[in-house]
Design a binder for this molecule. Structure first.
Ligand code: ZN
Length: 345
């Protein structure tokens, strides 16, 4: 094994990422070493590239970035059981504590001591990644490396989409970024009736319509009320998924809900957002905040759905060799891309 590797590093507290040579991580007795094959670029990585206020106060420098990956196990810690060298895998990027009430109850995704690879800890944009064996998710043959590399955001989409029963329901998704689009595909897959997705970016709406059988609505041109009429829905949407963090979208999703509607929120508003709580009360709306994925129930469900015909591949719009990472980040930063995947081999 070599002792040096290429890695995409936040090397300086300023805009950009830098390809550097770093030592291959040493693993502990409960860890595995994963050789990275493909990685996905996340919105989080764009915040880190841009070095915005959130990144500056969250991310230590220097740090190997990245948390969306697929690869294979090349080294096993001495306590590791049930995994083998050569096993293809992805993995949960949240490193959880084991002491909190939530963890001890098996609700690992709610552990307050969670740390994220590529955000707080050394990440996956590298030739090798150290990961606790606990976090490893083996990949079946049906899931290739590029899909494996986007299971982290697909997990956000699945976690959000499966927050409420969708069978036969009319679903509104505000925000047609990659996660919103994948959530639309999931809603369709599990049996929603109408799936409407909104955005102000026509390129993203076009991509949504390519990936899933959905009704794309550009809210700069079309009023949701007319969509509700066109689809002959009696009142409004049964289930909403807020994926944009945008104030106007928040207002629209609440306005478009039926009485007793349920909303799962993954989008993060930039700071405080005024809310007309009386509308939520009078419509008896349930709102659920969604963070990460359920560890490991969401992984189980999404792999099962992928094996059972859920197809999200077209959400990947750009593929680059890792040496062209700057082009990959430029595509992401344009706001016009779907998922961007980097090839490390
Ligand atoms: Zn991500």
């Amino acid at each position: 094994m070599r002792n040096e590797m290429k890695a995409l590093v936040k090397a300086k507290p300023e805009q950009g990422l830098w390809m550097e040579h770093r030592p291959v991580p040493e693993i502990g007795p409960d860890d595995v070493l994963i050789r990275i094959n493909k990685t996905g670029i996340c919105g989080t990585d764009i915040h880190i590239w841009n070095w915005d206020e959130w990144a500056a106060k969250t991310v230590p420098v220097p740090l190997v970035t990245g948390h969306e990956f697929a690869g294979e196990i090349v080294e096993l810690g001495r306590n590791v059981e049930g995994l083998a060298l050569g096993q293809r895998c992805s993995g949960e990027g949240h490193l959880i504590g084991k002491l909190s009430r939530q963890s001890r109850a098996g609700k690992f995704h709610l552990d307050p001591a969670t740390r994220g690879i590529g955000v707080n800890e050394q990440g996956a944009f590298a030739e090798y990644l150290r990961l606790p064996a606990f976090n490893v998710v083996p990949l079946p043959d049906a899931i290739d490396d590029e899909i494996g590399a986007i299971l982290d955001p697909l997990g956000n989409a699945v976690h959000t989409a499966l927050s409420f029963d969708l069978i036969g329901e009319d679903v509104l998704i505000t925000g047609a970024g990659p996660i919103g689009i994948m959530a639309a595909a999931v809603a369709r897959h599990v049996g929603a009736r109408h799936v409407v997705i909104t955005d102000v970016n026509q390129a993203r709406l076009d991509l949504a319509a390519e990936v899933a059988d959905v009704v794309p609505v550009n809210v700069t041109q079309t009023d949701l009320k007319s969509v509700i009429g066109d689809l002959k829905m009696k009142q409004g949407f049964d289930v909403g998924m807020e994926m944009s963090g945008n104030q106007a979208a928040l207002d629209q999703i609440i306005e478009a809900m039926t009485m007793g509607g349920r909303i799962a929120m993954l989008g993060i508003p930039p700071g405080k957002s005024p809310v007309d709580w009386s509308r939520i009360v009078f419509k008896a709306i349930t709102i659920k905040g969604v963070y990460g994925r359920e560890i490991f129930e969401t992984w189980y469900k999404m792999i099962a759905m992928l094996e059972n015909g859920l197809d999200v591949r077209r959400v990947i719009t750009h593929r680059f060799k890792v040496d062209e990472f700057e082009a990959g980040f430029a595509a992401m930063r344009s706001g016009l891309s779907g998922k961007v995947v980097l090839d490390w081999r």
